[in-house]
Design a protein around this ligand. Structure first.
Ligand code: ZN
Length: 259
């Protein structure tokens, strides 16, 4: 099977795709291998752009409103504007904790995260979480809450130990292009432990381009490289992986199909 056949043959849900942040012209992006996509906001402006792109896109898509943990220091002042956006959005996020860059205080990051989680739970909407060097606090926040809505850990990078702990919280794990990097040993061994009904795929465009394009601007179509690596790690065919990740995405969005 040559690469082009693979690219066109199977469809993928890109569950984390910042189309509004790419410098590429959206109308020129190859989306034929995308079943549908989720466009997350990271602040007020990008959440509004996510909505506009989603409504104008010639492809089924969902959008989310949220404040990235980098910006969490500003959350208190933006709460009311976000409340309106949360009501309108398909999903909540991305929110989360980033103790790698620590651009906002830990306290503000946790407060903003909890607010997003509570609203998402009240509205019964899925929530998208960013978790970098913060597994322990993220685990505590999620286990202390009684969240009934679907929770997505985006661009999951945890190894065996944390993956096992988060599996007990019944969250979804979204795998990005990081899994294609040779250095991602911990993630490679953890991916096979994720229950197949909790597995998602994403690009996180414009960031995290997978291996053959590492360092370039990422594109939705490159999700195939991530899918190929995950299918090897799980020892399933691309066809099986395509169908199971599409049905997982449908379930978390309560998306009904005509089939
Ligand atoms: Zn993101």
């Amino acid at each position: 099977m040559n690469k082009n056949e693979t690219l066109e043959q199977f469809k993928w849900v890109d569950t984390h795709c910042h189309l509004q942040l790419t410098k590429d012209k959206i109308e020129n992006l190859y989306l034929d291998n995308i079943e549908y996509l989720i466009i997350p906001g990271v602040d007020i402006e990008s959440s509004l752009e996510a909505r506009d792109v989603s409504l104008s896109l010639n492809k089924e898509s969902y959008w989310s409103a949220g404040l990235h943990p980098h910006e969490a220091d500003k959350f208190e002042n933006l709460k009311e504007t976000f409340d309106d956006l949360f009501n309108e959005a398909d999903l909540i996020g991305e929110t989360g904790l980033d103790y790698y860059r620590n651009l906002s205080t830990k306290r503000n990051q946790i407060n903003s995260l909890k607010y997003h989680l509570d609203v998402a739970n009240q509205l019964s909407k899925p929530v998208i979480l960013h978790c970098r060097d913060s597994f322990s606090d993220m685990f505590d926040v999620l286990s202390e809450g009684d969240y009934k809505n679907p929770i997505i850990l985006h661009s999951w990078t945890g190894g065996n130990r944390w993956t096992k702990k988060f599996i007990d919280l019944d969250v979804y794990f979204s795998i990005s292009g990081i899994v294609t990097y040779d250095t991602a040993h911990d993630l490679h061994s953890a991916v096979g432990k994720i229950p197949t009904n909790r597995l998602l795929l994403e690009t996180d465009i414009p960031y995290l381009a997978p291996k053959p394009h590492k360092g370039e601007v990422n594109k939705p179509s490159y999700i195939i490289y991530t899918a190929q690596k995950v299918s090897e790690l799980l020892d399933v065919t691309l066809e099986e992986l395509s169908s199971l990740t599409i049905s997982n995405s449908n379930r978390l969005l309560s998306r009904t199909t005509n089939e």
